[in-house]
Design a protein around this ligand. Structure first.
Ligand SMILES: Cc1cc2nc3c(=O)[nH]c(=O)nc-3n(C[C@H](O)[C@H](O)[C@H](O)COP(=O)(O)OP(=O)(O)OC[C@H]3O[C@@H](n4cnc5c(N)ncnc54)[C@H](O)[C@@H]3O)c2cc1C
Length: 331
């Protein structure tokens, strides 16, 4: 049987489908359409109702493979990998895409080895090559200075992880129809000897920049750490989160969980305000998909202005107080 179909790996936790699952479907839908094939999603966990799986259909999937088992409640890589490998060997998808999240980054390499396939990690976009139908996997390479296009012409499935927040999920469409298939696996696949005994959430120090509607970020233009409070205050006034360039993080002005960019986080807020940030390719990689971008920089040639919807050329120490005055009047 030749390989057919595009798959995404959905994520489930804390009684909800995680947003990355919808992002992956939005990313993969055009791939399936170009290949004239089905888009399926795999949902592994415990207590997965049909209603839950249907959410994935509303967001673009044609078919959902649900694997529900009491030993799959927590993400234990050996078990999830055994289940996904068995599904891949049975159904032979052409493409398998997961999020570049903790789960995807752990699970997909494990599975890729077992199914003897290649894997491109941390892609920022995906496409189908005309003629060959191969998956084109685009990701930053050589320190983020180039965007590499990688393909896997021989092995199947073609596997990739995709950075979260690099695409806005498609709207929910309750009219979409699809099929839910429940697959069961026995003890020879799912090993009940491994169990999760506890879970502690990582303390991000209030840096939930990936979920914020507004992100105000500061860079080296702030000159010294003390000045970073201008950014914190502006973010607080606007009800947003605080971000920073790597330069600001390296200087210890703000902690790493706040870093935006290639080696930090990708954000897609409604509004991104870049203050004293030049707009290096590595910084842009983490924020250029924001809905609206405002840049404040005293260098009119700063690359940040190339992606900004609204640019203010001038000294940030003069402009930020003017913004406060305008905000006070507006509030
Ligand atoms: C592998 C790799 C990964 C990287 N990952 C990241 C990443 O994740 N995130 C990231 O940000 N960078 C990353 N970088 C670093 C990146 O290349 C840049 O060095 C960094 O983004 C620069 O930060 P900056 O814009 O704050 O500093 P600069 O480039 O020094 O820019 C400061 C800006 O402030 C402006 N300015 C100065 N004074 C004022 C003023 N008074 N008013 C207004 N504007 C002023 C200047 O005109 C200038 O444009 C990475 C680099 C590599 C090689």
């Amino acid at each position: 049987m030749s390989s057919k179909g595009v798959w995404t790996i959905s994520e489930w936790g804390e009684d909800r489908i995680k947003t990355i699952s919808f992002e992956l479907l939005t990313r993969a839908r055009p791939l399936a359409d170009k290949l004239n094939t089905e888009l399926s999603s795999v949902l592994i966990g415990r207590g997965l109702e049909d209603e839950t799986a249907r959410e994935l259909i509303y967001r673009g999937a044609d078919k959902i493979y649900v694997v529900d088992d009491k030993n799959l409640e927590s993400f234990i890589v050996e078990n999830y990998s055994a289940v996904l490998t068995a599904l891949i060997l049975k159904h032979k998808p052409e493409i398998v895409v997961a999020g570049a999240t903790t789960m995807g980054r752990t699970l997909l390499p494990h599975v890729a080895v077992k199914v003897n396939a290649g894997l491109t990690a941390d892609c920022t976009s995906l496409d189908i090559e005309e003629g060959s139908g191969n998956l084109l996997q685009v990701r930053p390479a050589i320190g983020g200075n180039i965007m590499a296009r990688i393909k896997t012409p021989e092995k199947r499935p073609q596997m990739a992880t995709v950075r979260p927040k690099t695409i806005r999920p498609a709207q929910r469409d309750e009219k979409r129809q699809g099929v839910i298939i429940r697959e069961r696996f026995g003890n020879e696949i799912i090993d009940s000897r491994v169990e999760r005994v506890g879970h502690r959430k990582l303390d991000t120090g209030g840096a939930e920049i990936q979920d914020a509607d507004i992100v105000v970020s500061g860079g080296a233009g702030l000159k010294k750490g003390d000045n970073f409070k201008i950014i914190q205050e502006l973010a607080k006034t606007l009800g947003g989160a605080v971000g920073g360039s790597r330069n600001a993080v390296d200087r210890g002005w703000i902690s790493y969980p706040h870093q935006v960019g290639l080696s930090g986080k990708t954000v897609t807020p409604k509004l991104y305000i870049a203050v004293g940030i030049s707009g290096s390719i590595q910084h842009l990689a983490g924020m250029k998909t924001s809905e609206h971008i405002i840049a404040i920089n005293n260098d009119p040639d700063a690359p940040i202005f190339k992606v900004a919807d609204f640019g203010v050329v001038g000294d940030l120490f003069e402009i930020i107080p003017l913004i406060y005055e305008a905000l006070k009047e507006a509030m």
